[in-house]
Every structure is written in C-alpha cells, then in structure tokens.
Design a binder for this molecule. Structure first.
Ligand code: NAD
Length: 492
C-alpha cells in the first residue's frame, strides 16, 4: 500500500504533456492540436494531450497491422512472458500511476490504488499466464474425418475506454487482446488519458515490440469515431455509455462490419429482505453507491427494501451517507473523491433536481460541496419512495445518488429490480440461503452479489445483460472476443 507522505510528494510532481504512442514512437497529433486535461481536484489544468483525428488513427492502425504478423507468430509463452513483465512493471510503479490517475479523474486514492494499478498488474499477469494454457479442440466427428478447432487472433483490435477506471478497464481489454495474439490501438477517454500514456511507456520498457500497442488520445467524436469506422480494425472493444455504444454499432454497420463488444452502463438494484443483517447490508449498499462518488458502472444505484424494515433501513443508509468522508481524493482517509469533470457534476445535479420534481423524497445530499476548492464534489445523496417510472429509477446517473423503494413480496421486488432496460449487476441481502440462490436466478444481471456488494477479481467475467452490453471482460471467457475459430476438416 502507498503511504500519505509518498502521495504528498507525488501530488506536487510536474506532469508532462501527453503524446500519442504510434509504432513505438511518441508523436504529437498530425495537426499539432492539443486538449487541456483538467484536474477535478481543483479545476486546474494538469497537462495537455494530443487532440488526435482520423489521420492519427490511420497511422496507429497501420502500425498495429504492421506489427501483427510477428506478434501473432511469436510462441504464446514468449508473448506471455512479456505480458507478465508489463504486470510486474505496473506493480513496481503503482504509487506513481495511482497518484497520476487520481489527479486526472478524482477517484479516492485508497480505492484507486487497488482498483487501478494493482488490478491492472494482476490482469496483465493473469493473461500472461494464460498464454501457455489456451488449447484448441478436437471435435467428436463421425469416423473417417478429423475435425480440429483452432483459435486464431482476429488481427487489429480497437479499444475505447471511459474515464472512471482507465487502467483497470484498459488492462482487461488490452491484456486479453494481446494474449490472444492481436495488436491494439487504444483510445483513452479525453478526461483521463495520462495514466494510460504512462502504461504505454512501461509496456515498451518491458519489451513489448513497437506497434503491438498504440495509444491515440483525443475526443470521442474525432479519434473514437475514426477508430470505430476504420476499415482495417477487426474488433472494437468498448466500455462506456449506452448512447456511444449505439453509435459504435452504427459505425461498424457503415464501415467493415467489425465485431463490436459493448460494456455499457447500469442502474443496478439491491434487494434487502427483512431477515438480512441490516447494519451490514446498509454498509454494503452505501459503499456500493457512494464510493468513487458513484462513478462505477456497477454502482448500486437502487435499493428495494422489504416494507417492514424499509424506514429503519433507509435511516441506516442516511446515517452511512452523512458519515462518509467526501473530499480531497489524495487524502488516504477520504472515502469518496471528486466527480471527474465539471460537465458530469452538472449532469448529476440536474438529475437530482429532476428527481425531486418527479416526486421522490430527498433524504440527504443532492448538492455541490467544497466549492472553495475549485474542484467538483457532490454530497452522497439518497432519495426515498422513488417512482418506478421516473428517470431516477430508469436512467443511469453515474454519480453518488441512491434511489430507495419499499416492496411487499419477492415477486414484486424481482419485477421492480428487473424493470429497467439495464442488467449489469445486482445485490441480494438475506439470511435465507434458498431465497439467495433463487434470487441469483431471477435477477437479470451479469453479476449478482449475495450479502455483499461489488467484490470481484480477475478470475470471474463481467458483462451486461439487456442494454448493459454484450461480451465479457475478465476471466478466460474474455479471450473469445479477440479470436476467431477455424475448423480444419481432415479426411482420414
Ligand atoms: P462515454 O461513452 O461518454 O465515453 C467512453 C469513451 O467513448 C471515451 O473514450 C470517449 O471519448 C469515447 N467516445 C465518445 N463518443 C464517441 C464516439 N462518437 N465514437 C467513438 N468513441 C466515442 O462514457 P464515459 O462518460 O467516459 O464513462 C461513463 C460510462 O461508462 C457510464 O455509462 C458507465 O456505466 C460506463 N461504464 C461501463 C463499465 C462496464 O464495465 N460495463 C465500466 C465503466 C464504465
């Protein structure tokens, strides 16, 4: 773990302007254009990054294509050793990476250190290890023929990632794609590119050949769209919002029909039954929505509570919300840091006003705090009696806003929990083991947590049901996105 003295040293370190990584070289955007990176901690400019456009993406894709043959021909275990060295390098420099990332996106450091560099390190090591363990298959054909099922890399993978956990999410895509023998063009979010640019340097230093990983920064509308429409990108792996996911599917349809994998948003429900350990459940739900100020794809944004304990449980939640230490994300004791950008902060505050207008009862929070810092902070917010058809219940806010609702029966709780277009994550709190198993089956979600919320490691898949996306990150299943199956049919 990192200590406060080291954080305080690192927080004052100058940050170099970011350049693209293309074919092993650091280069500015061809136009020379740049974007300012604003720190949400205090609203100041941290650095400038390249504002890339189509021609920069063209160069990056060409570099990735050029590097593909030798990378995909390399012995899998040799590829794996390089990935493991990248994981080791990330772990060795975790403090620097974590503080740089927090200065860029505002996640509280205690969470960021584990969820960003340490998780990315584990991911590179995991997929590095898998490289020598990924077997093809022999099909159970009728006699007279041998059917072999080979795994082949797809070619060039485009990866577009969001700002909330850039290192963790990019590692899920990049490490799996590289392990499967592909080369990659990565487009970080314009709000949080700096730690990923540093990752690019580390990958080169760890021996990743030039062009195998290319990083192009810039806006979604320019750099992201160019990658999505590129005729020489074979697979697009995306994490971000639903509206952008739809644009990517359209871009694929209008270009080369590249496969598009979407990890999108959610409005994840927790269902709390009267027999649950209520104080423990309240702690888990509050942590599930308020950590990282709710900017977590699986944030526990809704809670349904059995009516007989509803009032008591909401009171426990309000107490937990009001006890949370929200503030300077580079203080190790902070439990919820900044909102990543001013735009996002105003979206959240507008959603709170709309929720009140729709008839939900504001129990705590709902306002900007620490305005004297120049940064972007919102108090943990709880609405009770949220109308099921309101935007508060139906739409992702991506902020520290919890919607509570009472329920009377298990069937009703399931209908309410499943009654949105999303299906990313859910939680169930009960001491009844039969009901817990039943609820895992009944809730529409890619992951259901029981008597906890938000735990996971690299060994289990994460992916959405419904409009929360398709495909999975993490675990050996993630490799499927990045490879083609090829059958060899051999007459015997
Ligand atoms: P976003 O969709 O606005 O942006 C994500 C990325 O897409 C960024 O790199 C952005 O530059 C790029 N982009 C934007 N417009 C584009 C376009 N027209 N073409 C190509 N690329 C474009 O999302 P965000 O605000 O950065 O992140 C928040 C969203 O991400 C939330 O909806 C959240 O739930 C989701 N998310 C999902 C997961 C998951 O695993 N399911 C994880 C984290 C975040």
């Amino acid at each position: 773990m990192i200590d406060q003295a080291r954080i305080d040293t690192l927080r004052a370190a100058p940050v170099a302007d970011g350049l693209n990584l293309i074919g092993g070289h650091r280069v500015a955007a061809a136009s020379g254009a740049t974007l300012d990176t604003i720190s949400p901690i205090d609203g100041t400019v941290l650095a400038r990054i390249a504002a890339s456009a189509a021609q920069d993406v063209d160069r990056a894709v060409a570099a990735a294509r050029k590097a593909f043959d030798s990378w995909s021909d390399m012995a899998p275990m040799a590829r794996g050793r390089i990935l493991q060295r990248i994981g080791d390098a990330i772990a060795a420099d975790a403090g620097t990476l974590a503080v740089l990332g927090v200065r860029d996106n505002g996640t509280e450091i205690a969470m960021a250190y584990k969820a960003e560099p340490m998780s990315a390190a584990a991911t590179f090591r995991y997929y590095g290890e898998l490289c020598g363990k990924d077997y093809g298959q022999i099909a159970p054909t009728a006699p007279g023929a041998l059917g072999l099922v080979h795994h082949e890399p797809v070619g060039v993978v485009g990866a577009i990632v969001p700002w909330n956990f850039p290192l963790m999410i990019a590692a899920w895509k990049v490490a799996a794609a590289l392990a499967a023998g592909n080369t990659v063009v990565l487009k970080p979010a314009e709000v949080a590119s700096l730690s990923l640019l540093r990752l690019g340097d580390m990958a080169q230093e760890a021996g990743l050949p030039a062009g195998v990983l290319n990083i192009v920064t810039g806006t979604g509308a320019a750099a992201g769209d160019a990658l999505a429409r590129h005729m020489d990108v074979d697979v697009l792996a995306f994490t971000g919002s639903g509206p952008v996911g739809r644009k990517l599917l359209k871009a694929s349809a209008q270009s080369n029909l590249k496969r598009v994998y979407l990890e999108l948003g959610g409005k994840s429900p927790c269902v709390v039954f009267a027999d649950a350990d209520l104080p423990a459940a309240a702690k888990a739900v509050a942590g599930g929505i308020f950590r990282d100020s709710g900017q977590v794809c699986i944030a526990a944004a809704r809670v349904m509570v059995e009516r007989s304990v509803h009032a008591e449980f909401v009171t426990l939640l309000v107490q937990a919300a009001e006890a949370m230490r929200v503030g300077d994300p580079l203080d190790l004791s902070t439990q919820a840091g900044a909102i990543a950008s001013e735009v996002q902060m105003h979206k959240i505050l507008t959603a709170c006003r709309d929720a009140e207008a729709a008839g939900a009862d504001l129990r705590t929070g709902g306002r900007q705090i620490h305005t004297d810092t120049g940064g972007y902070y919102i108090s943990p917010t709880i609405f009770d009696n949220a109308p099921q058809n309101s935007a508060l219940v139906q739409e992702e806010i991506f902020g520290p806003v919890l919607a509570a609702q009472p329920f009377d029966t298990e069937d009703q709780a399931v209908a309410m929990a499943n009654g949105t277009s999303y299906g990313l994550a859910a939680g169930v709190f009960t001491r009844d083991v039969s009901r817990a198993h039943r609820m895992v089956g009944r809730l529409r979600a890619g992951v259901v947590h029981v008597n906890t919320y938000g735990g996971a490691d690299i060994t289990v898949p994460l992916g959405g049901h419904g409009q929360s996306g398709n495909g999975h990150d993490k675990s050996p299943h993630a490799l499927d996105k990045f490879r083609n199956l090829k059958t060899a049919w051999i007459a015997l």
